[in-house]
Design a protein around this ligand. Structure first.
Ligand code: TTP
Ligand code: MG
Length: 386
């Protein structure tokens, strides 16, 4: 099985958290999003509730009348789905800054394959922290993240860490982590399988892991083998990346606010290199190059240019990013963060490269060679010089 690092992210009390964020008087209060409770006579159900409402036993899909009986003093809101979809897209854009390998699961949940980010962060834990911090600082919302070598373990881990949590389960810890959990936690254990397993004396995941594979096969056929594998931490399902990647970007925060434009240019080049590499890995080319600049006072600016052709090579991205930077930069300005993004992949009818000549062919070959070297010797093994 290929060795993967998979993250599962799920927002905390998503609809309710957005409402509490946008109306601070709701902070710290039980908030229930769902149908009109009509003084306890309302029909319809609870969409979700804030963590303050959960000790009252309120949860998603519960009849709203029950929720009202349990906590009449809660603030009951109908909710605004358009707003939640918009926030969901903003979260997605932040995740895309970390990796294009994203499988959205629902409005507030996604899997990320972060195997390829090994060289960008000291550890998966650091990357998880960075994602949570971005979402918190830009959207003022809490998320929970689980990280593991397989999908379903990452999902259980994010659930375990809630709220505002981060839990990393290393490969060597997977079996111990799963062992004491009830079998319902496994994907594919519904009510029927659960009761059949219970009859065989199987209650926790560890019981399945230790059970004989032959007996499981005899009772459940292939499904038994599947459960046996899951219980032993084996789950070959990859993160199914939606091809709907909207942009590829990288950014860098300077250790100290930077005033030297040459250092900023060198960073832009390095970021262009990373963006280019990721675009080429995913066979994407984009027509719009943008830069993001955050100055000392935490003011964030973006500048974008749409080109006549689609680009994916370092030089094309860098020359555009550099030009955008020169237009923006004023001597002495202190820069905290800089980012490079390529987007606008859709337009397949435009010419693919800016200059389809021998030089272009040559530059593509050089970059192919660089990609090969990086694949073999790591991301830092070779860089494009200024
Ligand atoms: P969830 O992630 O299941 O719940 P949540 O984010 O509110 O809380 P948690 O911290 O436990 O993750 O669902 C995300 C959103 O989807 C939720 O805010 C509201 C909506 N939703 C419904 O409308 N109906 C439902 O039955 C569920 C489960 C969710
Ligand atoms: Mg959630």
């Amino acid at each position: 099985m290929p060795s993967r690092v998979i993250a599962h992210i799920d927002m905390d009390a998503f609809f309710a958290a957005v409402e509490q964020r946008d109306n601070p008087s709701l902070k710290g209060k039980p908030v229930v999003i769902g149908a009109d409770p009509k003084g306890g006579k309302g029909r319809g159900v609870v969409s979700t509730c804030s963590y303050e409402a959960r000790p009252f036993g309120i949860h998603s899909a519960m009849p709203i009348s029950h929720a009202y009986k349990r906590c009449p003093q809660a603030v009951f809101l109908r909710g605004n789905h358009q707003k939640y979809s918009d926030v969901s897209r903003q979260i997605r854009a932040i995740l895309e800054d970390f990796t294009p390998d994203i499988q959205p699961i629902s409005i507030d949940e996604a899997f990320l394959d972060i195997t390829g980010c090994r060289n960008l962060f000291p550890s998966p834990l650091d990357m998880g922290r960075a994602i949570k911090e971005r979402i918190k600082s830009e959207l003022d919302l809490n998320s929970s993240i689980g990280i593991a070598p397989v999908k379903f373990v990452a999902k259980i881990a994010s659930d375990f860490s809630k709220p505002d949590g981060l839990l990393v389960i290393k490969r060597s810890e997977v079996i111990r982590f799963l062992d004491p959990l009830p079998i319902e936690r496994l994907w594919g254990v519904g009510k029927k399988t659960q009761s059949a397993l219970n009859k065989m004396g199987i209650r926790i995941i560890g019981d399945i892991a230790r059970f004989s594979l032959e007996d499981l096969l005899r009772h459940f056929g292939e499904h038994g083998a599947h459960l046996f594998n899951l219980a032993n931490g084996i789950d070959p399902r990859p993160v199914e990346v939606s091809r709907e990647v909207k942009s590829v970007s990288h950014e860098h925060t300077f250790g100290e606010d930077e005033s030297d434009p040459d250092t900023v240019r060198a960073t832009l080049l390095r970021l262009s290199e990373k963006v280019s590499r990721r675009l080429r890995k995913h066979e994407l080319k984009g027509r719009t190059v943008s830069i993001k600049i955050r100055t000392k006072g935490f003011h964030t600016f973006t500048r974008a240019q749409t080109l006549s052709g689609r680009v994916d090579l370092i030089d094309d991205i860098y020359s555009c990013a550099k030009k955008l930077f020169e237009e923006f930069y004023q001597t002495g300005q202190l820069i905290r963060l800089i980012g490079v993004r390529v987007s606008n992949f859709e337009d397949a009818f435009v010419r693919d490269s800016l200059f389809e000549d021998d030089e272009q062919v040559m530059r593509t070959k050089v970059q192919d060679a660089m990609d090969l070297i990086k694949d073999k010797f790591g991301e830092k093994s070779i860089h494009r010089g200024n």
